[in-house]
Design a protein around this ligand. Structure first.
Ligand SMILES: [Zn+2]
Length: 427
């Protein structure tokens, strides 16, 4: 028998419960056996890693990822990066996510048409290291809405952050282009955003005919629709048209909450609330002091988002973590901060917060029965973490606490061979 045996670990299985001491055997790319307490696992031939009391948990899934956001403070700052540099940037960021413990990421839009697809393909082909990845389209938008960055005197689509469409047939053309490129999901900007004052967060922009045309094409190819939807009207529109992944969902009324609850076995909500907090309290170095952020509507949105998400959580709607990291105010790989916010502001228990990144992660990655838990037969995406995330979620965003990262049964980050006592080959 070969494989890897983690002994002397605290198993945090990702289902929301507390860790238990035990050992876990990986063979090939799957978890072969989970031994709780003193239950013995046959060790012959396996490489033994003595976890020395560290936590073994499932790899995390980031539900709202933008590899191509390049830590700029503006949409134009992301969009105007030349293509060649942009590809290299994305490859670098993909590796960074994997090293930080994100073994799965759900692409939520990229800044140029094929960036996500190319990176996903390169990861899958083993050309570059990176998480399991679902590739998104660029944001699709309409004139005047979030992502339309064209200027009256420079009406060139290359200057626009999102792909601008006008009418149902134009939507169909854009969606077909991205499907041809091989995306896993089509991203529609259904609401505005306080980042773009001409189209604030509590507004809606697309016609039902445009959304219906997009979703007809998406369904025909067996793909997934995702939506930037901050306003109640846009959330309802997403639900009416069968969009599965709703980003933000800040503003709700009773009807919206009822609709979300009715669809809770199908939809995922990934709010990305850290960016609201960052805009309000941390964006001054980039010219957005607190008063300006309030003026832009961020306090109003934060207050509503907190209430909306608390209500969704009570109604059993799956809320996932991550979102909009890759701006100057929300740098990449601080994503696990969302989990702390879920506990601090939304009333989650630490176990519930972790489940958002693990079990729900497997579900949003479309592998509900084989990814996101430490369980026999599941894919071996595992993290060895120095400390107890249940006691302190902040350790999940400290690189040095991530002792080892395994994806698909292979170490992406090897545990350091610091001492013989950590390694041995069992007889
Ligand atoms: Zn986003």
């Amino acid at each position: 028998m070969s494989g890897t045996l983690f002994t002397n670990v605290r198993i945090l299985d990702g289902s929301g419960g507390h860790p238990v001491p035990g050992s876990v055997l990986v063979q090939g790319n799957r978890i072969k056996a989970v031994g709780r307490g003193n239950a013995s696992i046959p060790t012959a031939g396996a490489t033994v890693i003595d976890g020395a009391g560290a936590t073994l948990m499932p790899g995390m899934c980031e539900a709202h990822t933008h590899f191509s956001w390049n830590d700029a403070a503006t949409l134009a700052g992301i969009q105007t990066m030349p293509l060649e540099e942009h590809v290299l940037w994305c490859a670098k960021v993909a590796k960074k996510y994997l090293d930080a413990g994100f073994t799965s990421c759900v692409g939520a839009a990229c800044a140029k048409p094929r960036l996500d697809v190319v990176i996903r393909n390169a990861i899958d082909a083993g050309q570059i290291p990176g998480p399991r990845y679902l590739a998104a389209s660029q944001e699709i938008t309409v004139p005047g809405a979030l992502g339309d960055e064209t200027l009256p005197h420079l009406p060139f689509p290359e200057f626009s952050f999102g792909v601008n469409v006008n009418g149902a047939e134009d939507m169909r053309r854009a969606v077909r282009m991205f499907l041809k490129y091989g995306v896993d999901s089509i991203k529609l900007n259904l609401s505005g955003d306080n980042f773009t004052p001409q189209s604030p967060a509590d507004t809606a922009w697309m016609t039902d005919a445009e959304v219906a045309a997009a979703m007809e094409e998406v369904r025909m190819r067996g793909k997934r629709g995702t939506a930037h939807a901050r306003s109640a009207a846009s959330i309802k529109q997403a639900l009416r048209h069968g969009i599965d992944v709703i980003y933000h969902a800040s503003y709700t009324d009773d009807e919206t909450l009822d609709m979300l609850e009715a669809a809770r076995d199908r939809v995922f909500v990934a709010p990305g609330i850290a960016i609201l907090y960052a805009m309000l309290h941390e964006a001054e170095p980039w010219g957005i002091p607190h008063e300006k952020a309030v003026q832009m509507g961020y306090q109003h949105e934060w207050d509503h988002a907190v209430e909306s998400l608390k209500a969704m959580h009570k109604r059993g709607v799956r809320i996932l973590f991550g979102g909009d990291y890759g701006f100057a105010f929300t740098p990449h790989c601080q994503n696990a901060r969302d989990l702390e916010f879920f506990v601090k502001y939304l009333g989650f228990t630490p176990g519930e917060a972790i489940r958002c990144a693990t079990q729900y992660g497997g579900q949003i990655m479309m592998k509900p029965d084989e990814l996101g838990l430490i369980k026999e037969g599941y894919l071996a995406d595992l993290l060895l973490v120095d400390g107890d995330p249940m006691a302190n979620l902040a350790i999940l965003r400290e690189p040095k606490r991530m002792l080892a990262v395994m994806k698909d049964g292979v170490f992406a980050k090897q545990p350091e061979i610091a001492a013989e006592r950590l390694w041995g080959r069992a007889a």
